[in-house]
Design a binder for this molecule. Structure first.
Ligand code: MV4
Length: 450
């Protein structure tokens, strides 16, 4: 095991990674920006160094400054967390070329999965179901023939995209070529890559993702699924495991196939370390690979709470050249877990970010309750970063108990000084649709939860 780990991130995930490093006896180095002088993660670590001004480009994306801190402190490894540099293959390569351990999958796999159409092609060839569509980029003049083959409505997606940015729906052939040209132009501006591809547009799908983990010997595990359909503007709001589609042994055959498909996806690309395969599930229970995220995910706690695994510990072990320590034969899921993302957002202003000073803060405690946070009273939530201030999660032996516990936990949470989405969570959790597990990616924005 390396002696010292640099955590190239901030906030709750930096704190989370530091916790597992400590558990393994690994020393920790934090980095922070001017806006994060009072952030918890810098106090949690054994050492902390300033890397630049508030804006991410000057600090948490400042590759030279981060590598300088690694050199100066004698760190042997870098964990990127999520967001920022976590899926940047060039950074992963720079880390490795500097003689440091990269806690994540190889730069080659990051590049492959970052090209959304090559990822589709690779998965399709491996026998993993993908949404009907094209397996290579389409030019405007080919779009009509391809769309007729796929069937309308079609969704135009950017090859360099992901996360839903720049998608366009074409309902019929009339606007198709114009929309392809517009999508391509936007993609060029956003990702320096104008390539686009087509997929059949699925109506009211669920977003179900599978946690995977690859070992150095070429084997891969799946670690069950997470239901992530409750979202607004491509930002997840509530996640849970198992998916309500599969609680109490429901749809067991589909679930087995989904989990096996994800495992095969990871195995087929020689995936090492933690990753996530995103799928859409349609109303007929058909599932389709969407994309693969080559990082630890925000919502990993619901997987940990239902399996007893420590995913960060597994990441560190495998990065250090060891087996993860997980016994795939003995893996079992127990109960249900639900995570609510607490954002500094103003419900009265369409949930726009609401940065500011946190005057007072009280988090819940109790049986089966977990809080992941990187803020404290006296900390100012800055406009530079994602406004998520905490993740509050609860586990129960049944989904109903997890629901009861998360509601109790949110009811006693107090955050003064900034606006948050806690009341929205309580409304969703109280709704019949949520309680019945009737979720899809449009449900929140349609008002299906009241
Ligand atoms: C789709 C889709 C419907 N049909 N693809 C958005 C994020 C990106 N990862 C893919 N996304 C979608 N792709 C087809 N063929 C609907 C979405 C989508 C979505 C997916 C997952 C989670 C939330 C979403 C919200 C809106 C649309």
């Amino acid at each position: 095991m390396f002696r010292k780990l640099l955590v190239a991130n901030r906030g709750e995930i930096a704190c989370r990674v530091i916790r597992s490093a400590r558990k393994l006896g690994v020393e920790t180095v934090a980095i922070y920006s001017d806006a994060d002088e009072k952030a918890l993660h810098r106090y949690f670590a054994d050492e902390a160094y300033r890397v630049g001004e508030g804006p991410s480009l000057k600090s948490y994306l400042n590759v030279e400054a981060i590598l300088d801190v690694a050199r100066k402190t004698g760190a042997g490894a870098i964990h990127p967390g999520y967001g920022f540099l976590s899926e940047n293959a060039d950074f992963a390569r720079r880390v490795r070329d500097s003689g440091l351990v990269w806690v994540g999958p190889s730069p080659e796999v990051i590049t492959l999965m970052g090209d959304k159409v090559r990822a589709r092609e690779t998965m399709s060839a491996a026998g993993v179901p993908v949404v009907p569509g094209t397996l290579s980029p389409v030019a405007p003049e080919q779009a009509r023939a391809e769309a007729d083959r796929i069937g309308f409505p079609v969704l135009i997606k950017a090859v360099g995209g992901g996360g839903g940015i720049g998608m366009q729906v074409a309902e019929g052939p009339e606007q198709l070529v114009k929309l392809v040209e517009a999508a391509s132009e936007r993609a060029r501006r956003a990702f320096c890559n104008g390539a686009v591809y087509l997929e059949r547009y699925l109506e009211r799908p669920r977003h179900v993702e599978v946690q995977v983990f690859g070992e150095l010997d070429g084997t891969a595990h799946h670690i069950f699924e997470r239901e992530c359909s409750v979202q607004r503007r491509h930002q997840k709001v509530i996640e849970e495991s198992p998916s309500p589609l599969f609680v109490d042994g429901l749809n067991a055959d589909v679930r087995r196939q989904l989990l096996e498909a994800a495992r095969e996806a990871a195995r087929a690309v020689g995936y090492v370390n933690a990753g996530t395969c995103e799928f859409l599930v349609d109303q007929k229970m058909g599932f389709y690979f969407l994309e693969m995220n080559t990082r630890l995910q925000v919502e990993h706690p619901v997987t940990e709470m239902t399996t007893g695994l420590d995913l960060v510990e597994m990441q560190l072990r495998v990065a250090a050249g060891q087996p993860s320590g997980m016994d795939a034969e003995a893996l079992e899921q127990r109960g249900s877990a639900i995570e609510c993302r607490i954002y500094a957002e103003d419900p009265a202003k369409k949930f726009m970010p609401s940065p500011g000073l946190i005057e007072m803060l009280a988090f819940p405690e109790g049986e089966g309750v977990r809080v992941d946070s990187g803020v404290q009273g006296g900390y100012t939530v800055s406009p530079f970063y994602d406004p998520m201030v905490a993740k509050i999660s609860a586990w129960g032996t049944t989904r109903a108990q997890a629901l009861e516990r998360i509601r109790g936990a949110l009811e006693v949470t107090r955050i003064k000084g900034i606006k948050t989405n806690i009341a929205m969570h309580l409304k969703i959790l109280a709704s019949d649709a949520f309680q019945r597990g009737e979720l899809d990616t449009g449900a929140l924005e349609r008002g299906a939860f009241g």
